[in-house]
Design a protein around this ligand. Sequence first.
Ligand code: GLU
Length: 511
Amino acid sequence: MNKIRVRFAPSPTGYLHIGGLRSALYNYLFAKKNNGTFILRIEDTDQKRHVKKSVENLIKSLQWAGLDYDEGTYLKNSKFQIPNSKFIESKNYPGIAEIGEYGPYIQSERLDIYQKYAEQLVKEEKAYYCFCTPERLDQMRKDQIAAKQAPMYDKYCLKNLTQEEINKNLKNNCPRTIRLKIDPGETLEFSDIIRGAVKFETGTIDDQVLLKSDGYPTYHLAGVVDDHLMKITHVIRGEEWLPSTPKHILLYQTFGWEPPKFAHLPLLLNPDRTKLSKRQGDVSVEDYIQKGYLREAIINFVALLGWNPGKGSTKEFFSLNELVKEFELKKVHKAGAIFDLKKLDWINSQYIKKLTISELYQESLEFFKRKDFYNNALPEKKSEEYLRKVLAVEQERLANLAGVGENDRFFFEDVEYDKELLRWKNMSDEELKNSLEKSKNISENISEADWTKENLEKILLEAAGEKRGELLWPLRVSLTGEKKSPPPFEIAWVLGKDETLKRLKQAIDIL
Ligand code: GLU
């Protein structure tokens, strides 16, 4: 069998969609598992849809996810000197030279190749020039819709133009496209690795445009030519491309090339089973990075959107390496995959729990720096030592890193609260004061060296005895000003002895 070669072929329309990450991941896993090659190809032949900087963003998001591509155009700033490799400075994306050793393949830099293949088909009479104006095509479509027909090109230029007229139009440089000649009435069948046998009638396929009037190829032509030239063995892509596949197979047949195998991945759905869309929430990988989801969690979550290791396995956590070992294209489901944010939060919280405090600190620092409560805090509350303590308390409860400190601003800010909040059940003012005084005395008697979470817990619980609420509730509120928070021993430990005493005094003073 030929060496496995797969590609991820995004169009640069702004950002890496979470569905795009899934396609990239499945391609990557399939390649790595089979000792194959994973290619990145930028499909930027629709210049109208092109968004600036999106190629750079795409590459960065893939790099962030750890999905390195194996092959591409060799960039100017590369440290490596590979003999005979193609050395380019990307004309269209000079910025990507900074990003890595290799650039992706870029379709807008390969236009002459597609033009050559389209012209070849015209010469072989398998395709033809179409000089129809956009106005004519519009009118044709309107008439067809009015007559309740499916809108399709009526083959006007194929049926009506003489060779002389064609030559004249070419000589006058009339705007033109090249269309594929499709014979209606055939049935096309192909076998999809995930969906099984798929059948189409060619009567429903338009004489598709291969080359547009601006000299750019359509997605169909460029994709097929590149998949052939890049020796792609398996096309693994989202189900939304399934309706295009018959056109691609026809193109392969027309060129006399063997098509690759196809695997169409299930649609991503919202929990209400509507198609995942930007309106319902974030869909770009960048958004999730910004919200503090860990790479490992996103990869794990995305891998499970349409795949699982099969019956009998209850395993839910997979590292990228484990996925490489266990992933099988055959086990990808046909049914739409539900994108459940609650599950992502849960997976992410599990990965956060697994981090060491040092790792958590490294990952969290930039998120703290985006918070006003952190930026306005006193210097001692921004120290690494202090933040590590805050994180040790929060680690168990964090769903994502953007949440650091959010529920526990009292670690950074002074506290303010209504005196009534200090009251546990129906304690009198007198009892409340005594309780706070007791906490204060206990705290004063613990030395700085003994000020540990464990000691504080032990000493305070002993002192509270049966009546936990009476001692611990007023203490906790005095330290946090909040109805809900982590336990008072942990908070006192983070705040330190001085600040704990200061807040206790403040509480006593307002009574
Ligand atoms: N350029 C297409 C996209 O934006 C690629 C489809 C394919 O993989 O063939 O997703």
